[in-house]
Ligand binder design. Sequence first.
Ligand SMILES: Nc1ncnc2c1ncn2[C@@H]1O[C@H](COP(=O)(O)OP(=O)(O)OP(=O)(O)O)[C@@H](O)[C@H]1O
Ligand SMILES: [Mg+2]
Length: 283
Amino acid sequence: MFKDNSVNMEMSVDTNKINENINSDKKEALETQELTKRFGGLIAVNNFDLKVNQGEISSLIGPNGAGKTTVFNVVTGIYQPDGGRVIFKGEDLAGNKPHQIVAKGIARTFQNIRLFSNMTCLENVMSGQHCRGSAGVWSSVFKSSYQKGEENRIREEAERRLHQVGLWKFRDELAKNIAYGSQRMLEIARALASNPDLLILDEPSSGLNDKESEDLMKFLKIVLKEDLTILLIEHDMNVVMGISDWVTVMDEGKKIAGGLPEDIYHNPLVIEAYLGKEEGEEL
Ligand SMILES: Nc1ncnc2c1ncn2[C@@H]1O[C@H](COP(=O)(O)OP(=O)(O)OP(=O)(O)O)[C@@H](O)[C@H]1O
Ligand SMILES: [Mg+2]
């Protein structure tokens, strides 16, 4: 994966310090402080500090089993942390359920696509917004004009998002019947339909061909302009290098580096973390 192994350790350590200073001037959209998550005796995330700057694309990378998805699962309320904090808009997210976290402005996609396979593409995207609906129980029994208006708004937003990801032509098709690459885009459309401030994507280019990956990168750069912040887990270094403003690297639950993409690419600690896993393991 990393082609140039001839690097200078001392230079890279200095670069890390400089990078931390560059990063500290910016406004954070999301921060984890000493985040820890255990599964029995295994410490999947270990005192992990992450800063995601507002309006940027940040990547979280690391070898298989490093703890990346677990960080996302804690941030999005699937798991509660065993230690540390997740700070979003100045608030500790501890104790919130996944739907509450979506309502606060964080939407995500999954490493293994999770769509409603027997629902249409339009219905799937509409499902992304229900956490934001405000019509109460009574109005769902006696459909009020307010609720009808809300349903219309949800449909219109879903239609807009389907157009945006280029899947309008599949609006009435069942999600299971569209190509794999399109399913990945559909999941992104569903996440965007909740109008998040922070979009987090777990390996969005996994299973995509080169052209689809290129299109995904272009799409993310465009959608970022909608006052959005993006955090992604990514294994494809072309994607990481091509779109990241900032890269954080984790290994065995810990942060081992954070910096600009070109510095991370040449960081010996990062190269070692990846090469150390190479025997018998997929990067
Ligand atoms: N629900 C769980 N129960 C027990 N162990 C888990 C659970 N989820 C993750 N783990 C373990 O935690 C560690 C980190 O897993 P995680 O999925 O976060 O890694 P990852 O960095 O996303 O890896 P990959 O690149 O392969 O997706 C692994 O050892 C994994 O087996
Ligand atoms: Mg993962």
